[in-house]
Design a protein. Structure first.
Length: 165
């Protein structure tokens, strides 16, 4: 009978350690069916969690809904490099933040425009950039996505580091 209790205690301790490690170190923030159990086991490679273009190997995440991506507007052509949106033109976004946004599944201006500021703050906090303020990023991205260059330039004149002054 003693062996049964030791086995039960060992399983319970193992489960608690697994839960703690998953809670603190798991970076999967997907909301799709294959990730609902919260694990980042990689069992969904090539599955529903492939947000990035096939040429990129980034961590899966669903910050922008699939319906938003499906209803994406025609690119305005503003601020593109090699046919891709250059998120660095947004006041407050540099090369490192652009990489972080790409890892979060945000590649285009229209995706950034519909991403809630709270989600952007969550992404930045997870990357250790708590000092960043993404409050105006969606607004700036929306102007670019619409092709309103003049409106974007007027807005950026009011900003310093992405924050209204």
């Amino acid at each position: 009978m003693d062996k049964f209790w030791w086995l039960t205690l060992g399983l319970l301790i193992g489960w608690v350690i697994h839960w703690i490690l998953t809670a603190f170190f798991c970076k999967c923030q997907c909301t799709c069916e294959c990730c609902k159990n919260g694990s980042c086991s990689g069992s969904n490679k090539g599955g529903c969690c492939t947000n990035a273009p096939a040429s990129e190997n980034t961590a899966p995440s669903h910050f922008v809904s699939e319906t938003t991506k499906a209803a994406a507007p025609v690119p305005s052509g503003l601020f593109q490099v090699n046919g891709k949106d250059d998120l660095k033109v947004i006041e407050g976004i540099g090369p490192k933040v652009e990489e972080i946004l790409h890892a979060a599944g945000i590649y285009q201006f229209h995706e950034l425009a519909v991403t809630p500021v709270a989600k952007l703050e969550e992404v930045l906090n997870a990357a250790g950039l708590q000092m960043m303020n993404p409050g105006t990023w969606p607004e700036q991205a929306a102007l670019i996505a619409k092709g309103d260059r003049a409106g974007f330039e007027r807005l950026t004149e009011e900003l310093k580091g992405g924050v209204r002054v």
